[in-house]
Design a protein around this ligand. Sequence first.
Ligand SMILES: O=C(O)CC1=CCC(=O)O1
Length: 95
Amino acid sequence: MLFHVRMDVSPPHDLDPQRRAELVRAEKDRALELQKMGVWLHLWQVVGQYGSISVFDVPTHDELHAFLSSLPLWEFTRVEVTPLATHPSDVAAQP
Ligand SMILES: O=C(O)CC1=CCC(=O)O1
């Protein structure tokens, strides 16, 4: 199943800068791992914001939650998930 995922990250302003750098590095490592696994299909920066828009391909809602909550910045991230279905006018879906 495909999911559109909007993530907005808001680390606390008083977070230790070294801890923040570690979390950002770990977030990148985990994101690369999930992309190499074929779970995280697209990852886009939202211009001018500390946020991203992604497309995940995951079999179940529970697995998507497990992947998202495995991200090191999870506790500082607001997530909005939209399940995607094939649009009948998508040229790729035409017979
Ligand atoms: O930059 C972000 O929005 C958070 C993030 C997602 C993957 C990553 O490496 O950082």
